[in-house]
Design a protein around this ligand. Structure first.
Ligand code: PGA
Length: 254
């Protein structure tokens, strides 16, 4: 596929995979995707598997991401993990503000912005998630909600930091439900996000930022969604848990 920006496909493993299972999965992905150079491939295991997976992706085309991080430096934050700790395992990306974090752990746009700044300070690339609920979409508020999330979650980033930031549009109603946005719905919101970035950071920055789609991406719908001009990749949940489905999503996008 001929794209303006290099595609990025990230697997969000969520709270799945023991260390042994994570090793099996990443070994399979490295084998299946060894020759893929056209797409940036990222896997985001749970913290407990990062060390084992980091050894398996060394010198491969697969990059490592984490699913969240704390915005502070070292200190008394029981249960948390900071950017410096992720760097120890050659983590390059970190998902921030996933709708499950917003919903279950009360993450706000202001908190996500702090995390994004802390990630950049450690040279980690944030994948900042935004997306509306079904009720918000049905009330005609999707763009208003997403606009607020984009402005709030990226507040304070410099232009250079924004260029190294990835955005993931994940409509909450499409996550894990088997319902995907149509490619036209995705393109409409992706374009809206890019226009919001133009207002915030200017045209040349906005043109460089990759905006991923997430929500029930599968091998059968990946190509159609990623063929849209402002869709620059995918953030994949359920289908990232199997070698076959994740590697087929990557291969089908090329
Ligand atoms: P899903 O999850 O692919 O299982 O819908 C996507 C995500 O939550 O990142």
């Amino acid at each position: 596929m001929d794209k303006e920006r290099k595609l990025l496909i990230a697997g969000n493993w969520k709270m799945n995979k023991t260390v042994a299972e994570a090793i099996d999965l990443v070994d399979g992905l490295v084998r299946e995707l060894a020759n893929v150079k056209e797409v940036d491939i990222v896997v985001c295991p749970p913290f407990t598997a990062l060390h084992a997976v980091s050894k398996k992706v060394l010198d491969t085309q697969v990059r490592l991401g984490a699913q969240t991080m704390n915005e502070n430096g070292y200190g008394a934050f029981t249960g948390e993990v900071n950017a410096g700790m992720l760097k120890e395992f050659s983590v390059r990306y970190v998902i921030l503000g996933h709708s499950e974090r917003r919903q279950y752990y009360a993450e706000t746009n202001a908190l996500i912005a702090k995390k994004a700044l802390a990630a950049h300070a450690a040279a980690l690339k944030p994948i900042v998630c935004v997306g509306e609920t079904l009720a918000e979409r049905e009330a005609g508020k999707a763009e208003a909600v997403i606009g607020t999330q984009v402005k709030g979650s990226l507040a304070g980033l410099s232009a250079a930091q924004m260029e190294e930031t990835v955005i993931a549009y994940e409509p909450v109603w499409a996550i894990g439900t088997g319902k995907t946005a149509t490619s036209a719905q995705a393109q409409e919101i992706h374009l809206f996000i890019r226009e919001t970035l133009v207002q915030m950071f200017g045209e040349s920055v906005a043109k460089k930022v990759r905006i991923l789609y997430g929500g029930s991406v599968k091998p059968g719908n990946a190509r159609e969604i990623m063929s849209q001009p402002d869709v620059d990749g995918a953030l994949v949940g359920g289908a990232a848990l199997e070698v076959r489905s994740f590697s087929d999503i990557v291969k089908n996008s090329i």
